[in-house]
Design a protein around this ligand. Sequence first.
Ligand code: ACM
Length: 265
Amino acid sequence: MKAGFIQFNPEFGKIDRNISRARALMASVDAQLLVLPEFFNTGYLIATRQEAWDLGEPVPQGKTTVALCEMARAKNIHIVAGLIEKAGEKLFNAAVLVSPDGYVATYRKMHLFNEEKLWFDSGDKGFEVYDLGICKIGIMICFDWFFPESMRILALQGADIICHPANLVLPFCQDAMVTRCLENRVYAITANRTGVETRGGKSFRYTGRSQITAPGAQILCRGVSDSDEVGVAELDLAVVREKKINAFNDLFTDRRTDYYGSICS
Ligand code: ACM
């Protein structure tokens, strides 16, 4: 199957403009699954809880999810895209999964980064794997990568591909994903944004270099650091479904879970 990322530079607060830009970049892509960045519709550098609240949307009835469903139907693809989810009094750093038939699911970021802890509620639904028919995917958002448990638990639940919307500001993730994919024998699609945001006395430069990483530690596609880009790769799911790495070793059954207890304490 073919899957890929959309990398671009969202303009803060300009939801209609950012949805249009994502739609335009998607127009000529030939793939069955596409991943968009974290907060692709709003931009990232929030300065107050009120600002986050004003940019949030209910899912699935909010206009961004409705637009994503329309794009997925028109192109006959699955899309994973990051946005601010408003749920009652709560706000989540979330990613929605939509299919050609409509809205499927929402992931709520489990490991909030830095001041996100001031604006958002921590994810309360854990890590889930979704069977798209063509493949099984898991979702994590940006800083979740820093916790190896995120990808491990998704891999253990049967994910073939980790969809990873991101707004990375540190330079480490792209290289780390090589090991994450090797140790879990999964593909990963990190869709990062580009550009600089300066707001509320802070300035963030996003690192771009979106990446499709393969289970054998290969980088199938890596974007540039500073401009819009669409990357697509052919993924062979038979490779990720075989967790035996030689005649004697199996990535999952060789785990010494009887000695790993303190990881969860
Ligand atoms: C991040 O989690 N947006 C760095």
